[in-house]
Write a protein that binds this ligand. Structure first.
Ligand code: ATP
Ligand code: MG
Length: 252
């Protein structure tokens, strides 16, 4: 059975894209067939997968507008051993252009339907907003993975996201679940991070992944080479953490 995961948090810079790219590569390293969909006009997941957003002609933008089937946009990230539906700046206009469309929240879900059986996992990297693009991600997904930094405002933002997920569940996608909360850029020496982490576990219990992603410079460097960290420095703490996350998900 294919599992479709939206990687979402409307807060910017919490590690959504880093998680999307590196989890895709780590699952692929376990012989899973993986598709990564870049749903962010910043196109960081596209660049981080070694695909030049300037060159990508057919992207998720044409797919959402119904101008191209998803198969026409899909490329193989030879670096990461997974397939990618790239994005570029054009995607920023999609929201406005889709306004008049019927069922505009379900465009991605419809586009994925013909290909989804080819994959074990489909990961959707959402933009940092609760907008129509993220809504498309949430409507297409079976479950949401929420990367978060353990800092004071993280918990506040979380309740907005949880409410959005509830609304999507009641209006569009009744089976949508929270797959898990992932602690990212974690520094165990930071007392506040520890406290927020404890609170998270108290509130969300076993919805919090056991795996914690540490702050690790290799993770930040890897996109500059267009590589998942696994192929930039496989021994690094960051690479090992994402491999562990993949194992945790596969064994769940
Ligand atoms: P946006 O909301 O803009 O899409 P995002 O949630 O996708 O951001 P990332 O782009 O993954 O977040 O990460 C933000 C920045 O932090 C990037 O520069 C990234 O390289 C860096 N980063 C992410 N995770 C880690 C980590 N575990 N250790 C060190 N740096 C990290
Ligand atoms: Mg991102």
């Amino acid at each position: 059975m294919t599992k479709i995961l939206a990687i979402a948090n409307q807060k910017g810079g919490v590690g959504k894209t880093t998680t999307s790219v590196n989890l895709a590569a780590s699952l692929a390293a376990s012989d899973m067939d993986v598709l990564l969909v870049d749903l962010d006009p910043q196109a960081n997941a596209t660049m981080g997968s070694g695909t030049d957003k300037q060159i990508a002609r057919t992207t998720v933008y044409q797919v959402l507008l119904g101008e191209a089937p998803l198969q026409a946009a899909r490329v193989t990230s030879t670096q990461g051993k997974y397939d990618l539906v790239p994005a570029n700046r054009d995607l920023a206009g999609a929201e406005v252009e889709m306004v008049g469309f019927e069922r505009r929240e379900a465009r991605l879900r419809a586009a994925l339907e013909p290909v989804q059986d080819e994959y074990d996992y489909i990961l959707i990297d959402c933009p940092p907003a609760l907008n129509l693009l993220t809504l498309n991600g949430l409507c297409a997904a079976h479950a949401v993975m929420i990367p978060m930094q353990c800092e004071y405002y993280a918990l506040e933002g979380l309740s907005d996201l949880v409410n959005t997920i509830k609304r999507v569940r009641s209006s569009f996608n009744p089976s949508l679940r929270i797959e898990g909360l992932l602690r990212t850029m974690f520094d165990p020496r930071n007392i506040l991070a520890q406290q927020v982490s404890d609170q998270l576990q108290k509130h969300f219990g076993d919805k919090v992944y056991r795996t914690v992603i540490p702050r690790n410079v290799r993770l930040a460097e890897a996109p500059g080479f267009g590589l998942p960290v696994l192929y930039h420095d496989g021994q690094s703490k960051g690479a090992q953490a994402y491999l562990e996350l993949a194992r945790e998900i596969l064994n769940a």
